[in-house]
Design a protein around this ligand. Structure first.
Ligand code: FAD
Length: 274
């Protein structure tokens, strides 16, 4: 069976905490290999990620991995956070650069995720399994695809164990990316990041910001459903399930679901996959 993992974001109030609890409980029945919890660069959710990781571990019995982004942080702050994660029994870290919120001046001590990976390895050895991000449709700030691949390889050479992709709806982008990194001698697992469809207009805004492409056929099919939220959910689940099937048939070693703390869209995809 293909291993799966779920990504959550840290809730900030009681209502959001209750929602995460409901979602984690529903999705836990799918026996994820692990779950992860995002980290807000520059401070906004800084204190909520450790608390959420602890909650997912202790209350839900899930192997929870914190995301850790280096932008805006000092070496000392990052070291302290890693010590805290070690103390609460975390064995995995998703290591990222992050994006500075606009208006935030200080870039921090580490400029790129490769420097964060090297820092974790130098301070903590093999204490953590390290996952990093990668971009089958090319990171939006990369000079070009070749440069992005080169930087990805540097990150792997710094000590990453596996990579999770930005989401995409075009399976060929993933297969092309995997072929390219293998040609470059990169052997680590490349795990597709899967974004189930819930709110389509939000997904369009998101996709523009992070450089993920919504194919024209998918966009037009969704648009033709207008305000039919149930129809959009059904079509979205069909499209994403077919994508997952193609990815797994083509050799994807695992699937990582961006849940946005909602159970239903991910569940609808998993139900179709049986
Ligand atoms: P990097 O690998 O550092 O790359 C960033 C850019 O810099 C790329 O364009 C790369 O080509 C370029 N680059 C790298 N090294 C060099 C170099 N030496 N010289 C010149 N250019 C270079 N963000 C959050 O804030 N919190 C999260 O929890 C979070 N979770 C994520 C989870 C996943 C699976 C993914 C894919 C992304 C996540 N993000 C998160 C978003 C991520 O932080 C952004 O995409 C960010 O812009 C890049 O992060 P990175 O770790 O890929 O950066």
């Amino acid at each position: 069976m293909t291993p799966i993992s779920f990504e959550f974001y840290p809730p900030k109030n009681d209502e959001q905490r209750a929602q995460l609890d409901r979602t984690a409980k529903k999705l836990a029945v799918h026996a994820p290999e692990y779950v992860s919890c995002t980290f807000g660069a520059g401070g906004s959710t800084l204190s909520h990620t450790p608390e959420t990781v602890r909650r997912l571990k202790q209350q839900h019995g899930l192997d929870a991995a914190p995301h850790l982004s280096c932008v805006g942080g000092s070496r000392e702050e990052i070291r302290e956070l890693l010590k805290l994660y070690r103390a609460i029994g975390c064995t995995r870290i998703v290591a990222l650069r992050g994006d500075l919120p606009s208006g935030m001046g200080h870039p921090g001590d580490l400029r790129y995720a490769s420097e964060l990976v090297a820092f974790i390895r130098s301070e903590f050895g093999d204490r953590f399994r390290i996952e990093v991000g990668c971009y089958p449709e090319v990171h939006p700030q990369a000079g070009d695809a070749r440069a992005d691949l080169r930087h990805f390889r540097t990150k792997v050479e710094a000590g990453a164990d596996a990579a999770i992709t930005q989401y995409f709806y075009n399976a060929d982008a993933y297969f092309h990316f995997v072929d390219s990194v293998r040609r470059d001698g990169v052997e680590i697992p490349i795990i597709p990041g899967i974004m189930p469809v819930s709110n389509f207009s939000q997904l369009r805004r998101f996709s523009e910001a992070c450089g993920a492409e919504i194919p024209r056929w998918m966009l037009r099919s969704m648009q033709s459903l207008g305000d039919d939220a149930a129809g959009i959910r059904e079509l979205g689940a069909d499209i994403v399930a077919r994508l997952c099937e193609r990815l797994v048939a083509g050799g994807a070693p695992a699937l990582h679901f961006y849940t946005l703390n909602l159970a239903r869209p991910t569940q609808a995809v998993l139900d179709r996959l049986g």
